[in-house]
Structure formats: C-alpha cells, structure tokens
Design a binder for this molecule. Structure first.
Ligand code: GDP
Ligand code: MG
Length: 175
C-alpha cells in the first residue's frame, strides 16, 4: 500500500476535448459547451489502482494552446503527459507530433506519455484511423487509447494505465 502524488498535464490542440476528459474523470460529467478556462487550472482526483492510491493533480492547458511558450508551466514537474487529439480532425492528430517533440526536447527526462484519440463516439465523422495512431504511439513508446469524454469510454482506464506505468518512486523523493 502506498499513496502517490502524480502531476499529469493535458496537451493538444484547442477543441479536442481536454477539459471534457478532465471533467469526465474528476466529476463523471459531460457538458456540450464548456467555457474555456482562463488562467492556469488544475483539479485533483484520487483513485485506487492495484491496491495503491494515486492522487492525480491534473493540469489542463486552459485555452492557451496557441501560446506554446506557456506550455512548460504545465509539463514542468509532470510525471505523465496526455496528448489529446480529436479522431474527427486529422490536423489535431498531426499536431500530436509537435507536442511529442516539445516534450522530448524540453520536458522532464522521465515522463509517462499517453496519446488519447478523443471523440471516438463520432464514428461517422472519423478522419484518423485507430491503427495509424496506434502504430505511431507504439513507435514512441506511448500509451494509446481512443476515448470519449461524452460516452465515458476509456477515460478512467487511461489514468489507470498511466498509474501502472509510473516508475518506482525515487528513494530521494522520500528524504
Ligand atoms: P478543449 O479545448 O481541448 O479543452 O476541448 P473541450 O473539452 O472544451 O471540448 C471541445 C468541444 O468538444 C465541446 O463542445 C465538447 O462538448 C466536445 N467534446 C469533448 N469531448 C467529446 C467527446 O468525447 N465526444 C463528442 N462528441 N464531443 C466531445
Ligand atoms: Mg479546455
């Protein structure tokens, strides 16, 4: 049994559903029109995975996706990052690579990376094949899943998968 604090940040293009994923995970709610959050925001949610307790501190990029200069505020000190794209918008998937590069160059050296293809409930509007995203994620060693904040598919599972991949806590962390 252990209790672990985990900072995780959400990155990705505007409108892909980052805030909706956070709201689904933290409050199990969904709203059609979320107001874009202004300023830094984080929410916490504690879950039990394999008998260990994880207190997630989730940093949602708050409507400032265009201002890349602010991104380090979110990913600095993060144990995990979730890069979100929208399966109905190919451009948002292409942008994932930009975020991966940014994290590899400037992010923490040890970070659990997850890629989430959100809005998988909109199958008729799909522009990104699951297989393509899956292959890319495998290539870079990232967790991958398609999610729907709306219908609640794979949202909790995504955070559980992250918890399971966190490296053992550094001995120095507990000094
Ligand atoms: P953010 O800018 O990345 O934080 O995106 P939001 O969470 O604000 O969501 C943008 C829009 O997409 C909103 O209108 C949401 O209701 C909608 N949305 C978010 N997630 C889903 C989803 O899983 N399915 C569908 N159909 N719509 C979603
Ligand atoms: Mg948002």
């Amino acid at each position: 049994m252990s209790m672990r604090d985990v900072k995780v940040c959400l990155l990705g293009e505007s409108g892909v559903g980052k805030s909706s994923i956070v709201m689904r995970f933290v409050a199990d709610k969904f709203k059609q029109a979320l107001e874009s959050t202004i300023g830094a925001s984080f929410m916490t949610k504690t879950i039990l995975v394999d008998e260990n307790t994880y207190k997630f501190q989730i940093w949602d990029t708050a409507g400032q996706e265009k201002y890349r200069a602010l991104a380090p505020m979110y990913y600095r000190g993060s144990s995990a990052a979730i890069i979100v794209y929208d399966v109905t918008r190919e451009a948002s998937f292409l942008a994932v690579k930009g975020w991966v590069n940014e994290l590899q160059r400037h992010g923490p050296s040890r970070i659990v990376l997850a890629i989430a293809g959100n809005k998988c409930d909109l199958e008729d509007l799909r522009e990104v094949r699951e297989k393509d995203a899956q292959e890319y994620a495998k290539e870079i060693g990232a967790i991958f899943c398609e999610t729907s904040a709306m219908t609640s598919v794979n949202v909790a599972e995504l955070f559980q998968a992250i918890a399971r991949l966190l490296p053992p806590e550094d001995a120095t962390d507990s000094l």
